[in-house]
Design a protein around this ligand. Structure first.
Ligand SMILES: Cc1ncc(COP(=O)(O)O)c(C=O)c1O
Length: 456
């Protein structure tokens, strides 16, 4: 059956894609008009360049969103499993956060002065991630940029090491991947790198401890910036014992271990750091902390905090390359306090993870019953399906499992039936507002898509 799928797939995919594009055009006329009008003032016709990646002939314009659902300007409703690619993981417009945001907005949005909420949020981050000291910024990209800078400053070393097929935001040093000869190259599409990537960056596969030791033993690596599991090329989980050994190697060679929990907070309230008992020197996180109000953070160990303070030039702290005028603003803190305190709570995660399991089961059953050479992988309340038989063991394997024709067809097929997953790979995320019915609706439509693809 697997062979049959592969041989008939391509023409079936093309035919289905044409049909689905027609359906999309018919059901999204108002979005089409707005998209056409937007071309007069917006580069590419969208406010942010990634939005050209959505399936369909133009982006769907949103009217309103609440909980795990949204309605577009044509009146179509959707179960949102993309959730703003994690920015909306708290669910859309969660009441507790909306109330706190409205209240704070009426009292002042940004002053470059702290409010009472700041220390509450800092203490909550410590409870979740175990690191004693925190700083705040607006995006996970910012957080990663700032901690890389500090790592170079503290260690006096020039390079960083990242996983192959990582994504950590628009951070110059991280856009590197390994080519077929194991050499460091810029990622495809990288715009205007300041220096060739191999000047700043080493790249190792997740789960390649020999490669990691070889990268570190030369003594020129300031920090390892890793997601605990890859989440931006499908999900690639670490081998048992991988992180313990990563910690040992970083300590042995004096490299700071930085764990980016921006997506992997899906593993639980304190991300993989809490769930798996990781011992990073630094944690970074953004996206979901403030229910979508720009909010991000980096936390550090006592040792790192002491070293940073010792290296701080207080007279020039405002031009040292970390921080920002809007960072740590009052509105973000009100949003984070309400989101962490009342929305993305420990109890909410329990329920979200149960739904993640249900989603994984549903997809896995469909794949198995149709004898397809595909699989689903889950990390907490985040699930991905990938068009290869087994879970990928590293980034290169996961990259080879992407399908440039099948991915967009699946995205569009689901969208036309009221389900949104990410426009990059095939990710579904559960929010506190997601229901079992939402999950089952996806399973049903996924099965329908598969049956059309295999002619079942
Ligand atoms: C793991 C990880 N870190 C950082 C980022 C950057 O987030 P932002 O674009 O909000 O700065 C992303 C974005 O997808 C991410 O997946």
């Amino acid at each position: 059956m697997g062979e049959r799928v592969r041989t008939i797939d391509r023409s079936t995919i093309h035919d289905l894609m044409e049909r689905e594009r027609g359906t999309f055009r018919e059901r999204h006329r108002r979005s089409g008009e707005l998209a056409e009008a937007a071309k007069a003032s917006l580069l590419y016709g969208v406010p942010m360049n990634w939005m050209v990646r959505w399936p369909g002939d133009w982006p769907v314009f949103v009217d309103r969103a609440e909980g795990a659902r949204f309605t577009d300007v044509d009146g179509n409703t959707y179960v949102d499993l993309c959730l703003g690619d994690t920015g909306g993981m708290a669910g859309h417009a969660p009441k507790a956060a909306v109330d706190a945001i409205a209240e704070q907005a009426a009292k002042g949005i940004t002053l470059m002065l702290p409010t009472e909420d700041a220390a509450w949020v800092g203490a909550e981050m410590t409870r979740r991630f175990g690191l004693p000291f925190w700083q705040f910024c607006l995006t996970a990209t910012d957080a990663n940029r700032f901690v890389i800078r500090w790592a170079r400053e503290l260690t006096g070393r020039p390079k960083i090491v990242v996983h192959n097929w990582n994504y950590h935001g628009s951070v110059d040093e991280t856009f590197a991947r390994l080519d077929a000869d194991g050499m460091v190259r810029a990622r495809e599409g990288l715009v205007g790198p300041p220096v060739p990537l191999d000047v700043t960056t080493k790249v190792v596969e997740i789960n390649d401890l020999t490669g990691l030791e070889a990268a570190l033993e030369t003594g020129d690596v300031a920090c390892a910036l890793f997601e605990p599991a890859l989440t931006n090329i499908g999900i690639v989980l670490p081998d048992p014992g991988y992180h313990e050994r990563v910690r040992e190697l970083c300590s042995k060679y004096g490299t700071l271990l930085m764990i980016d929990e921006t997506h992997t907070i899906c593993a639980g309230p304190g991300g993989c750091t809490q769930a798996w008992g990781l011992q990073p020197d630094i944690v970074t996180i953004g996206k979901t902390l403030g229910a979508g109000i720009p909010s991000a953070a980096y936390g550090m160990s006592d040792d790192v905090a002491n070293r940073i303070v010792a290296h701080t030039d207080f007279q020039h702290i405002d031009v040292g390359g970390t921080g920002g005028t809007l960072a740590g603003n009052a509105l973000s803190f009100a949003a984070m306090r309400a989101t962490l305190g009342k929305v993305l709570t420990d109890d909410a995660f329990e329920q979200m993870i149960v739904l993640g399991e249900r989603f994984e089961r549903g997809v896995t059953d469909v794949i198995a019953s149709r004898d397809l050479p595909w699989h689903a992988t889950r990390l907490g309340c985040r699930v991905e399906y990938l068009f290869r038989p087994d879970a990928a063991h590293d980034g290169a394997e996961a990259a080879a499992g992407q399908d440039e024709e099948l991915d967009p067809l699946m995205h569009l097929y689901l969208l036309n039936r009221g389900i949104l997953i990410t426009p990059f790979h095939n990710m579904a995320l559960m929010s506190p507002a997601t229901t079992a019915e939402d999950v089952d609706r996806h399973t049903e439509v996924f099965a329908q898509a598969v049956d059309e693809l295999v002619g079942g």
